[in-house]
Design a protein around this ligand. Structure first.
Ligand SMILES: [Fe+2]
Ligand SMILES: [Fe+2]
Length: 186
């Protein structure tokens, strides 16, 4: 196998020889993605209560309610990330999240209330969580590369909350909701 990947090239030649010095551009990309996540958290604070009204399982209500509380605090945490490098928080609409929220609403409408709708809601929220996990993971790594230590640790904290929420949803799906949904008939 020929070792021609960028990663290998970067390691042997040093990143500046391969890509040039792109630190300010990376800062721009970091800020753009952070503005997206500021919009995302605020949009989720509005969207999650609507989803909660459709949940039947009390256990699932608790997990989603807990994560709604975390999401509310994440709005402030993202603001602190902006503050940590001397910027005011700005939100830019995130088309991907708008689509995922729309999909969640459609899934709720098209499934019968009960275990089936709960299963659909878990599926929809896990897509949302995975989007957050991907973006916060990237932002945390960008912050580390940029030497923004405080931002990196704040982002790492948010990332952990998103991962924990995702895991709790998987547990409920596997232990109860999916099993009940499977036994429902037309
Ligand atoms: Fe979040
Ligand atoms: Fe989340």
């Amino acid at each position: 196998m020929k070792m021609t990947s960028n990663k290998t090239a970067g390691k042997t030649q040093g990143h500046s020889e391969v890509y040039g010095t792109e630190e300010s551009k990376l800062m721009e990309l970091f800020e753009e993605q952070l503005k997206d996540m500021y919009w995302v958290e605020k949009a989720l604070v509005k969207a999650i209560p609507k989803i909660l009204k459709n949940v039947s399982s009390e256990e699932l209500v608790d997990v989603i309610q807990d994560h709604l509380d975390e999401t509310e605090s994440e709005v402030g945490k993202v603001e602190r990330v902006f503050q940590s490098f001397g910027k005011k928080a700005v939100a830019t609409k995130c088309d991907a999240m708008e689509g995922l929220i729309k999909e969640a609403e459609e899934l709720m409408k098209s499934s019968d209330k009960g275990a089936m709708r709960d299963a659909a809601i878990i599926a929809a929220i896990q897509k949302i969580e995975h989007y957050e996990i991907a973006t916060y993971g990237t932002l945390r790594s960008f912050a580390r590369t940029l030497g923004l230590t405080e931002a990196a640790s704040l982002l790492e904290g948010i990332l952990k909350e998103e991962k924990d929420a995702d895991e709790k949803l998987t547990e409920i799906a596997v232990s109860t909701v999916n099993v009940s949904a499977m036994s429902e008939v037309e």
